[in-house]
Design a protein around this ligand. Structure first.
Ligand SMILES: [Zn+2]
Length: 293
């Protein structure tokens, strides 16, 4: 039975691949937003550090012991109500987060990601990832891709890389608290313990930015791909679909809570705007310009 299920999945995946390949080939759209259109006094950040936590649901923040995140929320811009796309699972959402569009709207190949923009308009970005599939987010030519393990050593490795290279854009994506969620349950003591541990990793990365001497010119963006409930996720439920977004840095407003909701597709355009990058017209997300002072 399990074999038949896997076989069916494989057939569907192959079919999907051929349909997807045959549908790509649309001409690139023009630039949607150029830096020249940004607010007059706007000075882009020189560095951006994105930290992603797989399975970090917005609903769990009120009880979470995450002092680094909560300090950045208090001194920066935040939302606990950013909507991930359906199905509320990892691949389509990491793809949407870094590509500014949901997979069904990624109608040219290769579709530009935030890594493409940084690589073309600034310098080579870095992606630290734990979940193996994430290596497909961008090509080897587009970014320095470094596989990590979700532990202290990994955070330290990203920290050393930041201190040595001072990249314009660094993305660090941990595979937790998703694994703990699946094993022990979302919102359990183990889940909150893992969130606290991940917060300490963020503190290590933040300290590295300070030690690199680029803290005043760096913006931090923290977010996730989906939430969860009990031992899973994937459905159209608030606990599965609402994720946090925290934006913190010297050019970012203080203590501002983004009203209403927003889309995970808005995160890449917002990061591009923070770095003063031209945003491609193919992206369906829009920069949250309210994050700026
Ligand atoms: Zn999961």
């Amino acid at each position: 039975m399990k074999k038949l299920f896997i076989k069916t999945l494989q057939v569907l995946a192959v079919l999907y691949f051929f349909i997807a390949v045959s549908c790509k080939g649309v001409e690139p759209a023009e630039i949607m937003l150029s830096v020249a259109e940004m607010p007059g006094s706007f000075t882009p950040a020189q560095h951006l550090v994105f930290i992603g936590l797989d399975g970090w649901g917005g609903a769990f923040m009120s009880r979470a012991n995450m002092p680094t995140v909560k300090r950045m929320m208090a001194q920066g811009v935040s939302s606990l109500n950013i909507r991930c796309i359906m199905p509320s699972i990892s691949w389509p959402n990491w793809s949407a987060l870094f590509s500014g569009a949901s997979p069904e709207d990624q109608n040219i190949d290769p579709f530009p990601t935030i890594f493409t923009l940084v690589n073309e308009q600034r310098s080579r970005p870095a992606l630290f990832y734990e979940w193996n599939d994430l290596q497909n987010i961008c090509s080897d030519e587009t970014a320095e891709k470094i596989r990590i393990l979700s532990d202290l050593e990994s955070a330290q490795r990203a920290a050393v890389y930041i201190m040595e290279n001072k990249p314009v854009f660094t993305a660090v994506v941990f595979n937790e608290p998703d694994s703990v969620g699946h094993n022990k349950g979302w919102g359990t003591r183990a889940y909150y313990t893992k969130l606290n541990e991940l917060d300490s990793y963020m503190a290590i990365i933040e300290q590295a930015v300070k030690d690199a001497g680029i803290y005043d010119n760096t913006v931090f963006v923290l977010s996730s791909d989906h939430g969860g409930l009990l031992w899973g996720h994937g459905f159209n439920m608030v606990s599965h679909r609402r994720i946090p977004l925290v934006v913190y840095g010297s050019i970012i407003r203080e203590g501002f809570v983004i009203p209403g909701s927003g889309s995970i597709c808005d995160i890449a355009p917002t990061m591009a705007a923070i770095l003063g990058l031209d945003i491609p017209g193919e992206w369906t997300g829009r920069p949250i310009l309210g994050v700026f002072k």
